[in-house]
Design a protein around this ligand. Structure first.
Ligand code: FMN
Length: 175
């Protein structure tokens, strides 16, 4: 059973979790994850996103086929499809992606805090995704997040993350 964790622990414990056990997630926990996304900062507070929560197993199975890296959604207990408007300009294309990244991380950390595993997925078949979630034609399905309690290791701070070394990444004052 996964224990809830504190913020610094959540930051260190979050990882992509792609296998899930059979436990259902409480609807209020899913709402908290969605609320974390809704509260995220965005450039000029534009909040370009919409979030489609999917919990129907058949729909999750369908979503798992829209990208080769989406297979984990077939066994996820829920997915959130992150939807954006068609960008107004090249500048907003970049800004919208930045905004969505922040909302994504907020949702993943809120999930981790509840002991719930989460995993990203890109989208390959845009038309299929739009059909599955019924999004309007002027919107694009940008990414998907799968959720469920981890089948394997519970979410605990990772001592040695698979990351570039701190001193290589961090530049103090000048590069
Ligand atoms: C923009 C973006 C797209 C990603 N797309 C996928 C994907 O399609 N399928 C997948 O399984 N993981 C996907 N990932 C997860 C990354 O592979 C993962 O975050 C990275 O390998 C680091 O692993 P960790 O999140 O477990 O620390 C994506 C992550 C990001 C930020």
């Amino acid at each position: 059973m996964s224990e809830p964790v504190e913020t610094w622990d959540a930051i260190r414990a979050r990882r992509n979790v792609r296998t899930y056990d059979d436990r259902a997630m409480a609807p209020e926990d899913l709402d908290r994850i969605l609320e974390a996304g809704r509260r995220s900062p965005s450039a000029s507070n534009r909040q370009p996103w919409d979030f489609v929560l999917v919990t129907e197993p058949r729909q999750l199975q369908e979503l798992s086929t829209v990208w080769t890296g989406a297979r984990h959604l077939a066994t996820a207990k829920a997915a959130i499809v992150l939807v954006l408007p068609e960008p107004e300009s090249e500048r907003y294309r970049l800004i919208d992606q930045y905004d969505l990244g922040q909302a994504t991380m907020a949702m993943m950390l809120a999930a981790t805090d509840l002991g719930i595993g989460s995993a990203h997925s890109a989208i390959g078949d845009q038309e299929a995704c739009q059909r599955i979630v019924g999004s309007p034609p002027d919107r694009i399905c940008a990414y998907m997040l799968g959720f469920g309690y981890p089948a394997e290791r519970p979410l605990q701070p990772i001592t040695k993350p698979n990351r570039r070394p701190f001193e290589e990444v961090v530049h103090r004052g000048r590069w």
